[in-house]
Design a protein around this ligand. Structure first.
Ligand SMILES: [Ca+2]
Ligand SMILES: [Ca+2]
Length: 194
């Protein structure tokens, strides 16, 4: 948890050791989607916005990416909607065996507690199969945020992974009660010497 965005998520976890990190990918969503793609059955899908929690400190301002209602100030019907937001595909085959790959992002979640959930998953085989890394369904993401928070996940074993690696955020809503939804910003991938 932090109140101010310093420019890199790594610094709050690794301090001065973050200077040893190699940033493989970073996206603050200020100038575009940065190669992210989406599949959504909601009319608006995942969109960049400057509204709602985007106005709070704790991420790179002003823009964030959002799935939920009240996108750009226009209330929308988001019952029974699923939206998946995919990162670009990454090649980790040349990561050294002792290096750690870290994935981090800032998020703010306002989803219906116990019914609407967000999941963050990874595919190590070019999108064929996926495994959950974090979620708001008994996972490490909060269902009702009060501040922007940073999640950092580590992979110690991606060296030589032959297939493309891809990450995805997925939001699922049920048929009743829709809150603001899920907001994400500052997606970063880095390697650190192990
Ligand atoms: Ca931003
Ligand atoms: Ca709901």
């Amino acid at each position: 948890m932090k109140s101010e965005y310093k420019g890199s998520n790594l610094e709050q976890f690794y301090g001065s050791a973050a200077s040893n990190a190699t940033i493989l990918y970073t996206n603050d969503f200020e100038s575009g989607s940065g190669g992210f793609t989406q599949v959504s059955d909601a009319p608006h899908g995942w969109q960049r916005t400057v509204l709602g929690p985007a106005t709070l400190d704790g991420h790179s301002k002003p823009k964030v990416v959002h799935f939920g209602k009240e996108v750009n100030g226009i209330p929308t019907d988001d019952s029974l909607k699923t939206g998946t937001f995919f990162t670009p595909k990454f090649d980790f085959s040349k990561v050294l065996p002792h290096d750690v790959v870290s994935i981090s992002f800032n998020y703010f979640n306002k989803s219906e507690v116990g019914f609407d959930f967000v999941y963050f998953s990874v595919s190590l085989n070019n999108g064929k199969t996926w495994q959950e890394l974090a979620s708001s369904n008994k996972g490490i993401l909060k269902e009702q945020s009060t501040v922007w928070e940073t999640v950092l996940l580590q992979f110690p074993d991606l060296s030589g992974n032959a297939d493309s690696v891809q990450f995805a955020f997925q939001f699922n809503s049920d048929e009743l009660v829709v809150h603001q939804g899920f907001f994400v910003d500052d997606f970063e991938i880095a390697t650190l010497p192990g």
